[in-house]
Each structure stands twice: as C-alpha cells, then as structure tokens.
Design a protein around this ligand. Structure first.
Ligand code: PLP
Length: 473
C-alpha cells in the first residue's frame, strides 16, 4: 500500500469508527447469526494476489459487521464490561504503528519506563501500599498463573536453594472462584485434585472458618498448603471474600495470598466504594483488569506483587542473546511474566488515565454503581421479582417468581424464557448464572455510554417479558 492510500484509508477508518462509537446503540446488541454463516462467506483459500483496501473494507462492513456482538453497546448488561474509549483506541493505533516489542528495556526504553510509571499511578489510584510493584499482563488468567507459579516456587523452597519440599502442594479458593483459577492450577502443575473449593457464606463470599479447617485437615494429612486465591468481585454475584481475615489465616500458616479483583478492582478508584479492599495490603499478589471497567481496550491486566524478586526468580531467564549492558540498572519485563514478546500496552493506559483523569474514571464508576443500586431497588419493590444476592457495586442478580407454586426447575425455565425474550429485542443483552442452585438473571451495568435511560429500558423489557410469559403459561 502506498503512503497516500494509507493516509486516505486511515482517515476513512477513523471517520467510520467515530460514527460507530456514536451509533453503536442503533445495532442489535447480539447478531442474528447461525454457526457457520460468516465462514461460508469467506473464501476457503487465501487470495493469490493482493486486493485493494476498498474491497477489503467493504467486505469488513458486509461480512464481518453482521456477525459482531457489540460489547460497546449502551444496552450491554451481559457478563462484565470490556470498555474501550476514544483515547484508548487512538493509542492502540499508535502502538500498532510503532510495532515495538517490549520484552526488555533495551528493546524500547520508553515502553518499560512508561509501564513503570503508569503502574505506580494505578497503585495510587486503587489505594494499594507503596511497597507494591506493578507489571502489565495480558489477562487476569495469566496474572493469576504467575501468582500460582510464584506460590509454588516459594512453598517448595526452590527459590532459596534449600532442599525442595516434596509433599503435594494445595491451593484454596471458594466455590465461586473464577474458572481461570482452576485452569491455572492445572497449568502450574498442582493437579486439579489439589484445588480445595472452600464453602461460601450466605452472601457467596468465602467462609474463613471453612478455609482454616481445610488447611488444618491438609496439614494433618501430610500435604502442604501453598496458596489461597481470594476473589474480590466474584463473576456470578460480585461477592467479596473477606481478604482481611483470610490474610491473617495465610500469615499464620505461611501461605501465599493472591487476590483476584479482575472486574471489581476498578471500583477501588472511588474512595466511597473502596471498603472491599480492606486487607489487600497484606496480600502477596493482586490483579485487576483495566480492560474490563477502566476504559482501556482489551488486553491490559494490572498485576501487583509485594516482592518482585520472587516473581523474577520464578520466571526470569538469561539467555546470552538477550543480555544487555543496562540489565543491572533497569527492569526487563520479559522476566515478570510468561511470554517473551510483549505488546506496548502501557501507552493506551497512559492515554486513558490522562484523557479521563482520576476524577473522570471515578465519576463513571459511581454512575454505574448508582444505576445498579437503583435497578436493585426497583427489583426489591416489585412484586414477583426477587434479588438472589446482595446488590454489590454494579451487579444485580435476580429472578421472576409468578404467583402460584413452582418447582426450581419450572422457575429456571420461566426465567430462561424471560431472558431469551428480552435479549431477542436486540436492544439490551443480559446473561444468567446459577446461585445456590437457583437460576438467576445477571444485570451488569458498566458500559461507558450506559445511562439511566438504558437501565429503564432494560427494566421495562423485563417486566413486559415476564408478564407476557405469564399470560401464555
Ligand atoms: C474476568 C475475570 C477473570 C478473567 O479475566 P481475563 O483477563 O479474561 O483472564 C478472572 N477472575 C475474575 C474475578 C474475573 O472477573
């Protein structure tokens, strides 16, 4: 592509994106696509000769766009938010244009030093102790894997070159923990049998007494407790594990404490909603995702550790061809994570934090939390609707119960139908979960452009769907 075509298409794409960002709400949130529809429109063999960008872009609009799920839609109430923002998009464009590899300081000094700085900013914004050090990972799954590997190396005594511990190591997490922890436990070699699922209390948070009992049982059986993963903001219900108490248990038994706050962590920016962070100053590692609720394009996960030395000893490698004269004076982030090659992710974070400011992010978070609280009050007041978990931050879990007597199975089926009907409107998108054996609808308020109007629309669609299903029952 010649320079003039690049310039022309660049302008054209930005124009197109500017319109898309403004009009995302006019698309159906989820596409009406059947499996294979999109693939059937893409040739089974690659083009032999290069094609013009006009044609490629036309196919993007005609073939790809119809199969897109619009995560940036203001009616997005599904799973969790994965917000982008104009500032983040522009930074991603520059990152792609620079095309640098950020594995060591020498392979792009600005990338390493900017990453250091923005992670210090995030640490201050979330109220983590000054003694913590941050590094950007691709995802929370990877950050938690780093934590489990560090915990494994610490527990075996490998890092201090002592005679290695040989008894099986055990990891503890609540029954509500994210599926990535189970996967990480497998990858890190603990073995699925050595993941203890600790009971939760009525609000779906980890029960510290059950945790301590499980630890004692394992020690009595000759096993070695290595790591506890506490969750702040569980995926199903935004439950908050009592990190303060869990940290004390961990320190009593010398166990690594990792805190997974992938979704909820952004809320710590708001001092009025930061209570859930109590005790995190005592953890060994902490992760949250700016790529969820903090306006930063996927992927960008913020991983903080109390002692970077353990991380670097666990993951560091020194092949001759990567050694540089600066190694003693700088951070080489290839030693702070799994992969060697690294994207320049700090740039979009820098753009976002400067463009919105701490206050801009705080205001957005508060708006979402206030909207969720209001929606929760509507549910609480309406006959035949019930909350299935306390409303926490931006998440509301609820279901509809018609008059009369119904089995759990019938209630699941009714609520599944309500959810299908609401989502088929194309105007909002919600998902479900199961809490304490009960099927429930999850309303997660967190898209950048979501306002009261969209929450009211969701509520109206829900009530209409509930009543029409009841009429047909
Ligand atoms: C989203 C989420 C994850 C996984 O995050 P990725 O960045 O997609 O790996 C893990 N834990 C919790 C609590 C989450 O909300």
């Amino acid at each position: 592509m010649d320079k003039e075509s690049f310039r022309r298409h660049g302008h054209e794409f930005i124009d197109w994106l500017a319109d898309y960002l403004e009009n995302t709400g006019s698309y159906p949130v989820t596409p009406e696509t059947r499996p294979g529809d999109i693939m059937s429109r893409i040739p089974s063999a690659p083009p032999l000769k290069g094609e013009g960008m006009d044609k490629i872009f036309m196919d993007f609009r005609n073939i790809i766009m119809p199969g897109i799920t619009h995560w940036q839609h203001p009616g997005w109430f599904a799973y969790f938010p994965a917000n982008n923002s104009p500032a983040s998009i522009l930074a991603e464009l520059l990152t792609a244009g620079l095309g640098v590899q950020c594995m060591s300081w020498q392979t792009s000094p600005s990338a390493t030093e900017l990453e250091q700085r923005v992670m210090e900013w995030l640490r201050q914004m979330t109220g983590l102790p000054d003694s913590f050090t941050g590094v950007i990972q691709d995802t929370a799954s990877t950050a938690s894997l780093c934590a489990l590997l560090s915990a494994r190396e610490s527990a075996t005594g490998f890092l201090s070159n002592r005679e290695g511990v040989r008894e099986p190591l055990v990891v503890y997490a609540s029954t509500e923990t994210h599926s990535s922890i189970e996967k990480d436990v497998k990858i890190a070699g603990y073995g699925s049998d050595n993941l203890r699922r600790v009971d939760t209390r009525g609000d779906f948070s980890m029960c510290p007494d059950s945790l301590e009992q499980a630890i004692k049982n394992d020690i009595a059986s000759g096993l070695k407790p290595a790591c506890v993963v506490a969750t702040l903001g569980t995926t199903s219900s935004m439950a908050m594990d009592p990190v303060d108490e869990i940290a004390d248990i961990c320190s009593r038994y010398g166990i690594w404490l990792h805190v997974d706050a992938a979704f909820a962590g952004t809320a710590a920016v708001d001092q009025d909603n930061r209570g859930f962070m109590k005790g995190t100053e005592k953890c060994d590692s902490f992760v949250f995702n700016p790529h969820k609720w903090m306006l930063t394009n996927f992927d960008c996960s913020a991983y903080f550790v109390r002692d970077p030395d353990i991380l670097v000893k666990t993951l560091g490698i020194q092949p001759e061809y990567l050694k540089t004269a600066a190694d003693d004076a700088v951070k080489n982030y290839r030693d702070w994570g799994i992969q060697l090659g690294r994207r320049f992710r700090a740039l979009k974070l820098w753009f976002v934090l400067r463009s919105y400011g701490v206050e801009g992010i705080r205001e957005m978070v508060r708006r979402h939390i206030d909207l969720a609280a209001e929606f929760g009050r509507w549910i609480g007041k309406e006959n035949n609707f019930e909350l299935l978990a306390p409303v926490r931050l931006s998440l509301v879990c609820f279901r509809y119960i018609p008059d009369g007597t119904y089995t759990e199975k019938e209630l699941s089926s009714i609520n599944r139908k309500i959810l299908e009907r609401v989502n088929s409107s194309g105007r909002v998108f919600m998902t479900h979960t199961v809490l304490g054996g009960k099927y429930c609808i999850r309303m997660s308020v967190g898209q950048r452009a979501t306002s009261k109007m969209h929450v009211e629309l969701a509520w109206r669609l829900l009530k209409e769907a509930a009543h029409s299903i009841e009429d047909n029952a």
